[in-house]
Structure formats: C-alpha cells, structure tokens
Design a protein around this ligand. Structure first.
Ligand code: AMP
Length: 292
C-alpha cells in the first residue's frame, strides 16, 4: 500500500502515520523527520535546510524530491509506504508521479486530514509540552510565530494538492477533528472500501475488496440456515429463513453505499464491484430458503 497523508501542521499526520505503520507493517517516510536528522547530523542537506526550517519556510523541491527518491529505493519501502509531509507543492507531486511511474508503482490514495485552523495552535502547543515532559528537545518551529508562517505556506503551496489529487481521483478526506482513535478507524474503513488494504499476502486490491465484500454475506447465509433448521413448519421455516437474508442484502447495500462514498472522491471501481458481489450471494440464499 502506498499512501500520502495530507494536512496542515498539527493535523495529526505523524500520529496517524505511526498507527498505520503499526497496523499494516509499512514504513513512514516523513521528510520533516529526515530533514531534522540531516540538520542534527550536520550533513550538506542539513546545513541547507536548517535556517529555512527554523523560519517555517519550505526546503527547495529538488532537495526533498532527492531525499524521497533515495528513500523509496530502500528495501524496507518495497512493501509500501506512507508519505508524511511530502509532497508539499505541486512540482513535488509531479516529481513523485514521475518517480512512481518510472518504478511501475501505484499510489493507492491520498488521505487528507481536514481540521479547523483554530485548533491547530492548541495542538502544536500541546505537542511541544508533551515533548518537553518526555525530556526531549522541542522543535524550533513549534512556536506560535513559526506556526503562523507554516500555516500560510500550507495554504498557498500545499493546499493546491487537494485539487491536484482530487482531479486524479485519489483524494479521500477524513474529519481530523475527531479523536485519534476515530480518525484511525475512519482511515482504515475508507482504505478497506477502496480495496487498498491487502489483508492476505499480495492479493490484488480488487480481489481483496471482492473477498471482503463477500464475507458478511456468507456469514448471514449461515444464520439463515440456522433459522431454517429450527423452524417446525415448512412455511414458517421458510419465513424465518428469509429474515436474516434481507439483512444480509441490506448490509451489503450499506457496504455499497459506503463504497460509493469512497468512490466519489477516489478511484472506487474495485469497491463497486465488491459491493455488487456482496449483494449476489445474499439474494440467492433468500430465494433458495424461501422455496423450501
Ligand atoms: P514537518 O515535520 O513535516 O512539519 O516539516 C518540518 C519542516 O521541514 C517544514 O516546515 C519544512 O521547512 C521542512 N519540510 C518538510 N517536508 C518538506 C517538503 N516536502 N518540502 C519542503 N520542505 C519540507
């Protein structure tokens, strides 16, 4: 799975990226972290980035694109990655498109964490406090003054990416004002709906989505069988047996509508196919049981 997390500073990209890493076993590629490490190590890139970062500016596109191009090559990124803080400009997004195309890799989705700007200052102050409490060094750019600049940068340079990825049907927007837990759940739900999660081995996303969509229908078919067994009269039994089955169809319908929501903002062909497939077995069971 290859993902981009998009959102202003303090929107929770880092936190959510770590949770996705933990759950799906892919790596988090944070250009901010890499640049901070370069600054700390005093590398040429670090020396170039230090002042810019301290002032809340953006490091030149070619520098970050170079960092990402090298990082994607590493063996631990082969299984997939979450880009956190990259791309931040349209030229960076275009460079990433080229990079992935050359390597025959596909981007699954861009998850935008949408937050109220008014909450961001509070969040960043909290982050600084927590860092201090852990005895770690607070980021130089986590101050109200620099945050204001970083937000302005986000609006002018990064926000156009929302349109960029929306046009390419890759954008999925999540309400980033919910609790951390809720945001994680929502991200996982929409990723499953578009078939981006690979639950077993290296299945094609479309196959995985179909399987996932079929699963609940199978379960309810079993429930229908049980209900039919317990019935005394054939007619009664048939009636009982049909009860859980429409539920299954309903469930599949709900799945279909959720899949459609995801599809409206991202490529969702596989999710649509999956939802259709989910409806089929449930209906068949209904008919069979009713006949008996
Ligand atoms: P972050 O940790 O993502 O908030 O990034 C911290 C700082 O690193 C930013 O304010 C920028 O100065 C720099 N930076 C990180 N990622 C990028 C990027 N993709 N393009 C340009 N500058 C970046």
């Amino acid at each position: 799975m290859r993902l981009i997390l998009l959102g202003p500073p303090g929107s929770g990209k880092g936190t959510q990226a770590q949770r996705l890493v933990h759950k799906h076993g892919i790596v988090q590629l944070s250009t901010g972290e890499m640049l901070r490490a370069a600054v700390a190590a005093g590398t040429p890139v670090g020396l170039q980035a230090k002042e810019i970062m301290a002032n809340g500016g953006l490091v030149p596109d070619e520098v970050v694109v170079g960092i990402i191009a090298d990082r994607i090559e590493q063996p631990d990124a082969k299984k997939g990655f979450i880009l956190d803080g990259f791309p931040r400009t349209v030229p960076q997004a275009e460079a990433l498109d080229d990079l992935l195309k050359r390597k025959h890799l596909k981007l699954d989705a861009v998850v935008e964490l949408r937050v109220n700007e008014s909450a961001l200052l509070e969040r960043v102050e909290k982050r600084a406090e927590e860092t201090r409490a852990r005895g770690e060094e607070v980021r130089l750019d986590d101050t109200p003054e620099v945050l204001t600049k970083r937000l302005a940068q986000y609006r002018s340079m990064t926000e156009p990416l929302i349109h960029y990825y929306s046009e390419r049907r890759k954008l999925l927007t999540v309400d980033g004002m919910m609790t951390i837990e809720h945001v994680t759940r929502e991200i996982n739900r929409i990723l499953a709906a578009i078939g981006a999660l690979e639950p077993k081995g290296h299945e094609e996303p479309a196959k995985a989505a179909n399987k996932a969509a079929k699963r609940p229908a199978k379960k309810t078919a079993k429930a229908a069988k049980k209900a039919a067994k317990g019935a005394k009269k054939a007619a009664k039994g048939a009636k009982k047996a049909t009860k859980p089955a429409p539920k299954a169809a309903k469930g599949a319908g709900r799945g279909a509508s959720k899949a459609r929501t995801a599809r409206s903002t991202a490529r969702g062909v596989s999710a649509r196919k999956g939802a259709k497939a989910a409806k089929k077995p449930a209906k068949k069971v209904t008919k069979k049981r009713a006949k008996r």
